[in-house]
Design a protein around this ligand. Structure first.
Ligand code: ZN
Ligand code: ZN
Length: 888
């Protein structure tokens, strides 16, 4: 027993040590990474929008990547871990309006503040690679990429609907249109829809590859892949034509050509040419088309009969033609034949409008019973099956019919997509000017490379687009013919900025091109990408698109996907379990936590609270507990450092501790690799508690003890880098911990099973002492289960139904008679069997942990093996749960 100085727990002051080590990392260039390295690893968090200060979501996001980057770096990898600013966008314009400043000044102020906060959190970025999207040195490459894609035929200009305020005479973003009444945020006028020519990237050219590759992207969460699949929305189907009376042939698209014999009406969308034409002479149609344009919430089953009929090419029958809002304009051709028996929405419409329902597909004979007795008058049967009521084609399967009917009814196979081209025109100031010039003679001409960047004119306060009002800026000579021309006044969607920023980080100083393709191809793809689920579709799809385009333009060397592994971090909720918000007043700011407890505490709490993809609620107690744990570790090292731990001879206990140190390092390594930081920290906590017991109750081997403290320090360092640097120095280790080596160790085979056995046994002893009210246990006997019980358990696990029969069918086990039968019965119905150590190994494991039990309970401890256990004790034991006897 040693602990010489039991006076007061030593405590550290985070306000002193955190800035100290932040300075040391900068002074020694710890996070700077060369352009060309041996073992490139790329760890990236989605860069923040410059909103003014870090919120808890940022703190979590960046703690995850920082801890992982530090871990990878300690393991000897060359880690690229950069940070930058997504700094264009409408909110900066609004903030500038409110504060009577300009977007640039406001944005730069935000960046200063947020950078300062990131430094205070202890994040280790290579700040030499900082990228700011509103910097002309960055956005000139947006412009260059735009003109390059333009030359490659990947840019289109086409009319699209926009929100238009007639009073302000300006285009509004969706977020500037307020409420259900759709009022202008500035002047409360009714917002209208207006068609405007817009620039777009033809992402649809890449739809198939963007979709197909998703199947192979195992490092991405399934839900994100599914969201992208739905967004792309590929439908394999066919077209054919119906003759509409007085009008002519109308093309339809369908994925269910097999149901054509069941078509009982024909419908077009209110925007279809047929509807517009009819509206001119048919008042009812005109009224409905008007309603469809102006009413948001038309019922699903709304529609109007046109008085016309269409001829079904399969049956020759005439069916009524409707205009119906549920027919989508942009999916298929905006026209369809409706089969109420086999489509839910057609069914609902038919019921509402009294249209017959004719079944033409029935469940295949091998379909399940539920499907077999479906009544299509009641409910559509939307599955594939076998054709009926389809003339000569009865008996064909749905898929056979689809193939046959394309030829039979002069159709054509066609694939349709939900994905539309990426519209990038924004009629706003704070973005990258689109580098085009409109010449009355030449049309649109790209701004030549040598004239890039096209910088923004000075910001002015106007209801409209400040670029439009900047006369001097706007008027230029045509680069081709010299005629007076005008600049494009639209700016780019800020998703363009974020579609390639991860490439710019690789060579941020590059002046000849957006990035160095060779270096980028070495670093790419990003190994770990962490950010919010709100970017599941647009940002991540656009970045994938850009990467493919750049590879096709030979600016990359075979890099088809930007991000190998994607993690969407969960939310940090308020203490009340709700999303943090101003209105609820349940927000917690990272900077306040840093001030009160320090960044290490904030980081530890965040990482301990849950696995990265899960939500968790903020907890003042949790923060307090994280802080106390760090203080405990500090005290442990302080005590050791000032000679407060007495040395002893090396013995079995020291060997036990040495093995635990190794095993913990192995566990933490595996858990870090799997992004289970909370499990990793739990393992370190257990090691710390073991070391405390080791130091307090034995005279430890100083070398083992020190190794334990050093290992704890290293294992904690990715998560709590400041305190651990301090401990590293106290332990008189050389250099900076941030540049040390990770303790390479592997977890011994079946280590966890043994660990669980010891923990469960200790817990059982506590329970017995508690329940039996034992004050002062003198002797604790522990016996592992005999070999036959292990065998019985194995047979029970593998038994197919008859557990007792199987166990008793074994000759050896039959010798144990009643006891074996009773034991076997316990496994009836059990589905899950944890792996257990074989009896001799279990006894050995418990034997090595005897000292821990002795110390905890202050009693003599005896562990019996499977051969020498007294029968009374062994009979109570089961595999994984030893028999225990406690004497007072
Ligand atoms: Zn307005
Ligand atoms: Zn010209």
């Amino acid at each position: 027993m040693s602990s010489t100085d039991a006076t007061e727990e030593a405590r550290f002051d985070h306000a002193e040590i955190e800035p100290k080590w932040q300075r040391a990392w900068v002074e020694q260039d710890v996070f700077r990474i060369e352009d060309e390295v041996d073992d490139p690893a790329y760890v990236l968090a989605m860069f923040p929008y410059t909103s003014g200060s870090l919120h808890m979501g940022h703190a979590r996001n960046y703690t995850i990547t920082d801890a992982f980057a530090r871990f990878e770096s300690l393991r000897g990898n060359d880690v690229l871990h950069p940070m930058g600013w997504d700094s264009f966008g409408l909110p900066a314009e609004n903030a500038a309006e409110q504060r009577d400043t300009n977007p640039r000044e406001w944005t730069m102020q935000c960046i200063e503040q947020m950078r300062d906060e990131l430094v205070k959190m202890g994040f280790g970025y290579d700040w030499d690679r900082e990228v700011t999207t509103c910097d002309p040195e960055y956005f000139r490459w947006n412009q260059w990429l735009f003109t390059t894609l333009y030359e490659e035929g990947l840019v289109n200009r086409d009319a699209r609907e926009v929100n238009w305020c007639p009073d302000c005479a300006t285009v509004l973003a969706d977020e500037q249109v307020e409420g259900e009444e759709e009022l202008c945020w500035r002047c409360d006028s009714h917002v209208e829809q207006r068609e405007l020519d817009q620039w777009m990237f033809t992402i649809t050219d890449y739809a198939d590859e963007l979709l197909d590759t998703l199947d192979e992207m195992d490092g991405w969460p399934n839900n994100v892949r599914e969201m992208q699949r739905n967004w792309i929305g590929r439908q394999d189907g066919a077209t054919t034509t119906f003759d509409v009376e007085d009008y002519g042939a109308v093309e339809i698209f369908t994925t269910r050509l097999d149901t054509i014999y069941g078509a009982t009406f024909f419908a077009v969308s209110p925007g279809h040419d047929l509807a517009s034409e009819l509206a001119e002479e048919n008042d009812e149609v005109a009224a409905y088309v008007h309603r469809a344009e102006h009413e948001e919430d038309l019922p699903e089953t709304s529609g109007v009969y046109t008085g016309l009929s269409a001829e079904n090419p399969a049956t020759g029958e005439e069916i009524p033609v409707y205009v119906a809002d549920y027919v989508l304009e942009d999916v298929g051709a905006g026209a369809l034949y409706a089969v109420p028996a086999h489509d839910d929405r057609d069914h609902a419409f038919a019921r509402e409008h009294d249209i017959p329902i004719v079944q033409v597909v029935e469940p295949a004979p091998d379909a399940d019973a539920d499907a077999a007795d479906i009544d299509v008058q009641e409910q559509a049967y939307a599955e594939d099956g076998v054709l009926i009521n389809s003339d000569a084609f009865d008996g064909l399967t749905s898929s056979e019919a689809r193939e046959r009917f394309v030829e039979e009814f002069d159709g054509e196979n066609r694939t349709e997509y939900r994905l539309r081209d990426w519209l990038i025109s924004r009629q706003r100031y704070w973005g990258t000017p689109i580098p085009m010039i409109e010449c009355p003679d030449c049309g649109y001409v790209p701004v030549p490379d040598e004239e890039l960047p096209v910088e923004l004119p000075e910001f002015i306060h106007t209801t409209g687009n400040p670029l439009d009002a900047a006369d001097e800026w706007k008027h230029v000579d045509c680069p081709t013919c010299g005629t007076e021309a005008t600049r494009e006044t639209d700016t780019m969607d800020t998703f363009v900025d974020s579609s390639w920023y991860f490439l710019r980080f690789v060579s941020p100083e590059e002046t000849e091109r957006p990035f160095d393709g060779e270096q980028a191809s070495d670093w790419m793809p990003v190994d770990r990408y962490v950010g919010g689920i709100e970017h599941a579709v647009m940002h991540l799809l656009y970045a994938r698109f850009f990467t493919k385009v750049l590879d096709d333009l030979d600016m990359l060397d075979g890099v088809r996907e930007p991000f190998t592994n994607l993690v969407n971090q969960g939310m940090v909720l308020g203490e009340d379990g709700h999303k943090m918000s101003k209105s609820r007043g349940n927000g917690v700011s990272p900077i306040h936590i840093i001030e009160e407890y320090g960044a290490d505490t904030a980081r530890l709490f965040i990482m301990e609270a849950a696995q990265p993809h899960k939500d968790f609620a903020w907890s003042a107690e949790g923060v307090e507990s994280a802080h106390q744990f760090l203080q405990n570790v500090y005290d442990l090292v302080s005590t050791f450092e000032r000679g407060g731990v007495e040395a002893g001879e090396v013995g079995a206990v020291d060997e036990y501790v040495a093995e635990e140190i190794e095993a913990t390092a192995g566990t933490v390594t595996e858990e870090f690799e799997e992004f289970r930081f909370n499990h990793a920290i739990q393992a370190v906590r257990e090691l710390v508690s073991l070391l405390r017991q080791y130091g307090n109750h034995t005279d430890p081997d100083p070398e083992t003890y020190q190794r334990g403290l050093v290992t704890v320090t290293k294992l904690l360092s990715p998560v709590t880098p400041h305190l651990t640097e301090e401990l590293w120095e106290m332990l008189a280790e050389e250099g900076l911990l941030a540049e040390a080596d990770w303790p390479e160790a592997s977890r011994p085979e079946r280590y966890e099973i043994g660990n669980r056995l010891v923990e469960n046994t200790r817990e059982d002893i506590r329970d017995i002492i508690d329940v039996a009210g034992i004050d002062d246990p003198a002797r604790i006997e522990i016996a592992v289960a005999p070999a036959w019980k292990h065998r019985a358990r194995e047979l029970a696990r593998d038994a197919d139904g008859d557990v007792v029969g199987t166990v008793m069918g074994d000759e050896q086990l039959r010798q144990h008679g009643e006891a074996a039968a009773a034991f076997a019965k316990e496994f009836i119905g059990q589905e899950h069997f944890d792996e257990q150590l074989p009896p001799a190994e279990a006894a050995e494991t418990l034997d090595r942990a005897t000292w821990l039990i002795e110390q905890e309970f202050g009693a003599e401890v005896v562990v019996y093996g499977p051969k020498n256990a007294p029968e009374s004790l062994a009979s109570k034991a089961t595999p994984g749960r030893p028999g225990i006897n406690i004497e007072e």
